[in-house]
Design a protein around this ligand. Structure first.
Ligand SMILES: Nc1nc2c(c(=O)[nH]1)N[C@H]1C(S)=C(S)[C@@H](COP(=O)(O)O)O[C@H]1N2
Ligand SMILES: [Mo]
Length: 204
């Protein structure tokens, strides 16, 4: 690889991360089973129009593909992942957040949660994804549906997503409660809760 190529890649690896060629699987607990007949996705909490969508209804909202890098706090980074799914924005337009809504809690199978500001979630690259590289996700990688938040460490990209709750108060999610940073920006190396400034939990 020429110096130019190396530079282009180096500029995409956040501090303390290393590029890997394979796609690791990382999560707590077991991989849930998917039964489309009972599966639903709910958008609830501080919204004008709560939503409850079947898998087919969700996919019919219109898919986009976003190419993005992925950074796990354990140190690995993968580049140019092509995710296909529905932007969070599309669901927010339908559900219409109430004025007091500032936070989004993602709820997943087995009780896993993650939290982000509504502002961060409204970024155009935030997707509810079911495919990667043009093929359905494998169960290990989150099929039938996972959140993808490219600008934050991987634990915010919650797999086996079932609900999005809009709230006025921030609530720490599964890893955030276990010592990880509420904001999780890899370019600022926001890895651990002890790095949080006082009041960080109330900032978007
Ligand atoms: N439901 C659930 N989603 C999760 C996790 C988890 O423990 N449970 N781990 C997160 C972490 S730490 C990372 S890095 C990514 C990894 O996604 P992958 O296994 O598809 O590479 O999933 C995230 N999503
Ligand atoms: Mo991770």
């Amino acid at each position: 690889m020429g110096a130019e190529g190396r530079g282009a890649i180096a500029g995409r690896i956040p501090p303390g991360q290393r590029l890997v060629k394979t796609w690791p699987v990382l999560h707590f607990g077991t991989v849930p089973r998917f039964d489309e007949s009972t599966w639903d996705l709910r958008v609830f909490g501080l919204v004008e129009q709560p939503l409850r969508l079947s898998y087919a209804e969700l996919k019919a909202l219109g898919a986009v593909t976003v190419v993005a890098d992925m950074h796990c706090v354990t140190g690995w980074t993968t580049l140019d992942n092509a995710w296909t799914g529905v932007p969070f924005r599309v669901l927010a337009e339908r559900a219409r957040p109430k004025p007091g809504a500032r936070w989004v809690i993602a709820h997943c199978e087995h009780g896993y949660t993650s939290n982000l500001s509504l502002e961060a979630m409204m970024d155009e690259d935030v997707l509810l994804a079911w495919a990667h590289g043009g093929e359905d996700l494998t169960p290990e990688h989150g099929y039938p549906l996972r959140l993808v938040v490219p600008k934050r460490y991987g634990w915010k990209s919650a797999k086996w997503l079932r609900g999005l709750e809009l709230t006025d108060r921030n609530r720490r999610g599964f890893w955030e409660e276990r010592g990880y940073h509420v904001h999780a920006d890899p370019w600022r190396e926001e890895r651990y809760a002890y790095q949080e400034r006082p009041g960080a939990e109330d900032e978007p």
